[in-house]
Design a protein around this ligand. Structure first.
Ligand code: GDP
Length: 366
């Protein structure tokens, strides 16, 4: 994750942070001594020297080659700042126009690395606010870029503390997992169950009664993890599976119930109605969207659709281990304004990493 983006951002920061090329004054004059010696030699040989015509404009002295001097003067009038000292060049303020040119390259890098357009616009705005009118010499481009990405990413609340807080007043704590088929939902549920088991009693609910083999898949995880699974038949009402799982948990003093749901995005409207119903009936304490890190804009759009429908608590980005780009984290955070709780980093139960924005920024080289 972030492999490509890191490399690209690094080269952009390097380029953007470079002071502009300094244009040397034309009409180079040879060092005085060398010139004097040459003149003396020529005089000794009896040569007639051309008179050296010098003239002043402002504080500068110009001398022939005359044609070159005229050209230089013309340029000076056109761009009076060009021929100034290194310090005055570095002190030049960054204009809107120059910024746009500079940003075009970064925009392309971000698009290529799965950062959604609206997130790019937000980064652009933030960079503009911090850079326009500033002397490039006095700005640390890297920290400015870091700040604009940092503002988008959200650190998640402490997962265990959230659960512990609620468990003081209500039991079981209910977490509903949503996301499209193949996104890693079932695997993520098993990973979360594995993690929670260290502190709490856990049970699962097979509320995906639509996808063939989904119940058996969750059953396998439940057996492996040694936790209870509430299941019904394919085609049964998913909301009622959740309800039964919660009733079972209450009866058996189970701390946390994890509900799996269906994810047929090809039938988006009915899926969203189903998810809304599960949410309404089971009143989950946490609603987590599971999306594939590698799918970029697809995952972002899915997250938005689920968030619009059931107001997500947060996000799990699966398959971060095979995602070299890394921009999806920035995109989903920006679009949903919800924290990423975990990154899925492999297929084993242990491969679940708490999301940490500082770590992400570091892995981006920022
Ligand atoms: P679901 O249809 O959303 O329930 O998706 P599954 O949990 O069945 O996952 C689909 C595939 O993705 C399976 O082969 C998983 O082993 C794999 N998978 C899930 N999470 C991860 C992850 O974090 N990293 C990798 N590399 N593979 C994952």
């Amino acid at each position: 994750m972030f492999k490509f983006l890191k490399k690209k951002l690094k080269s952009w920061v390097k380029k953007a942070g470079k002071p502009e090329k300094i244009v040397k004054a034309s009409g180079k004059t040879k060092p005085k001594k060398e010139k004097e010696l040459k003149e003396k030699k020529a005089l000794k040989k009896g040569k007639i020297l051309k008179p050296v015509m010098k003239f002043n404009v402002g504080t500068k002295t110009y001398e022939p080659d005359f044609e070159k001097t005229v050209e230089a003067l013309k340029e000076d009038v056109k761009e009076p700042h060009v021929r100034k000292s290194i310090f005055s060049i570095l002190k030049k303020k960054l204009t809107n126009e120059k910024f746009d040119g500079m940003f075009q390259e970064l925009e392309l890098i971000l698009i290529q690395n799965n950062v959604a357009y609206s997130a790019i616009k937000s980064i652009e705005l933030s960079l503009k606010e911090q850079l326009i009118g500033k002397d490039l010499s006095s700005v640390d481009i890297k920290s400015v870029l870091k700040k604009s990405i940092e503002d988008i990413l959200i650190n998640p609340p402490d997962f265990f503390r959230e659960i512990a807080k609620t468990l003081t007043t209500k039991k079981p704590y209910v977490i509903c997992f949503v996301g499209i088929n193949g996104s890693g939902k079932t695997t993520s549920i098993a990973k979360v169950a594995h993690m929670l088991k260290k502190k709490y009693s856990v049970s699962l609910a097979a509320a995906d009664t639509f996808r063939a083999a989904s119940i058996e898949q969750l059953q396998k995880h439940a057996e492996k993890l040694g936790v209870h699974l509430t299941k019904k038949d394919y085609g049964d009402d998913p909301a009622s599976v959740g309800y039964e799982a919660i009733t079972y948990a209450k009866k058996h003093h189970i701390d946390v119930v994890l509900i799996d749901t269906a994810g047929r995005m090809q039938n988006k409207d009915s899926l969203m109605r189903e998810i809304e119903k599960i949410s309404r009936v089971n009143k989950p304490d946490m609603k987590l969207f599971v999306g594939e890190s590698i799918t970029g804009n697809d995952a972002t759009e899915q997250a938005k659709a689920f968030n619009d429908s059931i107001d997500l608590t947060g996000i799990i980005l699966s398959k971060a281990d095979v995602d070299e780009k890394g921009g999806t984290a920035i995109s989903v955070s920006h679009i949903t304004k919800k924290p990423i709780f975990f990154l899925g980093t492999g297929q084993e139960y242990k491969d679940l990493e708490i999301f940490n924005k500082e770590k992400v920024l570091k892995s981006l080289g920022l």
